[in-house]
Design a protein around this ligand. Structure first.
Ligand SMILES: C[S@@+](CC[C@H](N)C(=O)[O-])C[C@H]1O[C@@H](n2cnc3c(N)ncnc32)[C@H](O)[C@@H]1O
Ligand code: SF4
Length: 405
């Protein structure tokens, strides 16, 4: 979640949604995102809405955060009412959710279960920094109903971790995966970042080797994005570090695909690979396929039935609003049918299941025909007329999607 929030229409103090949003609630999968806006230190490349200060004001500091977040879960129940279905997926993201005591995360999950009910076999994920968990904390999370953990490994190379300002040693992510397995987690993801300034092809291969040796069932690999306003952007501007190069990033993506595929991982979204369908992240699939979710926490975004809203950014006004019984919603927008069609293409085209050719807008059909002719898209007969990115198409996905949207 980027830290700059867009403008939009006002959100009523009650948080009430337009009737169109509640139409069909329950016919789409429903999930919760819980943002935990705290980190021990801020990594130089990171633009997420997160704070390192211990004191942020009443209800907003780490020790009070679980109770504040639970207030928003209760608000969600009042707003969505009895038509809300059981929750299929819950995702705790950050920031660093595992900076909070594991009991606090379990307490927030318990409130979601109490207010809405968790669907049988619900997926419950937490992001975690490798250095922010212990065998014990992972066991508390697993016993408390968490089913999946996603570690920010980023790299196995010490000099790359230094450029990224990461706090963990190269080996810590692998040990954390072993601890998670021992605690009973069947689903473990490792996040990796490639094309960091100073990283070589061999560094990247070594990171992939180390990630695979740790035995996750899911890997996310992201090209380093230089976000405006970050320390990394300033260092690049001053000439201390080179700008990541697009051609280098493309080569690293090809290395990732080759090594992950050889190890039995299949891509299911441009930046995501899993060993089986069960190992895919159901929560992210819910985002990418137009599901409904409520985002709890400062700056968190929500989407229900074509209405999208986002909370105030700073934890202090966020907590103050909830303490006075008001929605922390900062602004919202009701998506038009056209907005939704564009958004659907932008998300579904990144998936290995592709996008139905018949739904490509007439104005984008020439660009689509060209992408098929150029070998960026292919139509797989068994996917019944859906256009799927080829490997070369995956390298150029952002530009191609802009042309087709
Ligand atoms: C915001 S972090 C939250 C989880 C946890 N605090 C961590 O750092 O692992 C989620 C993931 O986003 C990715 N990420 C964050 N900023 C990024 C950037 N500027 N470029 C590429 N990936 C980024 C990292 O891979 C990270 O693991
Ligand atoms: S630990 Fe994660 S969320 Fe926190 S600053 Fe680093 S990348 Fe961002």
């Amino acid at each position: 979640m980027p830290s700059v929030l867009p403008d939009g229409d006002p959100v009523p103090a009650s948080g009430e949604l337009p009737p169109s949003a509640l139409d069909g609630l329950g016919s789409r999968p429903f999930g919760f995102y819980v943002h935990v806006p705290f980190c021990l230190t801020r990594c130089g490349y990171c633009d997420f809405n997160t704070y390192t200060a211990a004191e942020l004001g009443p209800g907003a500091s780490q020790r009070d955060y679980a109770s504040t977040a639970i207030e928003e879960v209760r608000l969600a129940r009042r707003v969505l009412g009895d038509a809300a279905p059981p929750v299929e997926t819950v995702f705790f993201g950050g920031g660093t959710p595992t900076l909070l005591p594991p009991e606090d995360l379990v307490r927030i999950l318990g409130a979601v279960d109490e207010e809405f009910g968790l669907a049988p076999g619900a997926e419950v994920t937490t992001e975690a920094n490798p250095e922010s968990v212990t065998q014990h904390s992972l066991e508390v999370l697993r016993d408390g109903g968490f089913t999946r953990v996603s570690f920010g490994m980023q790299s196995a190379s010490e000099h790359v971790l230094t450029v990224l300002d990461r706090r963990h040693t190269p080996g810590r992510a692998g040990t954390a995966v072993q601890e998670a397995r021992k605690a009973g987690f069947d689903h473990v993801n490792l996040d990796l970042i490639y094309s960091t300034p100073g990283e070589t092809d061999d560094d990247w291969r070594a990171s992939l080797d180390a990630a695979l040796a740790a035995g996750p069932d899911h890997v996310s690999a992201y090209s380093l994005i230089v976000e405006e306003g970050t320390r990394l952007a300033a260092r690049i501007r001053r000439g201390e570090l080179p700008m990541p190069d697009d051609d280098v990033a493309a080569d690293r993506y090809l290395i990732a695909e080759e090594m992950l595929a050889s190890a039995g991982f299949r891509w299911y979204e441009v930046s995501n690979w899993a060993v089986s369908d069960e190992a895919r992240c159901r929560h992210n699939l819910l985002y990418w396929t137009g599901g409904d979710w409520w985002g709890v926490g400062p700056g968190a975004h929500s989407h229900v039935g074509g209405t999208r809203w986002w909370n105030v950014k700073h934890p202090a006004p966020y907590a103050a609003r909830l303490a006075s019984g008001e929605s922390p919603g900062h602004a919202r927008e009701v998506l038009t049918a056209d907005d939704r069609a564009v958004e659907r293409l932008m998300l579904e085209l990144r998936l290995a299941t592709g996008f139905p050719l018949a739904d490509v807008r007439p104005s984008a059909r020439p660009a689509c025909a060209k992408a098929l002719a150029d070998g960026l898209l292919e139509v797989e007969p068994f996917k019944s007329g859906r256009a799927v990115l080829t490997l070369r198409g995956r390298l150029l996905a952002d530009a191609l999607i802009r042309d087709l949207a």
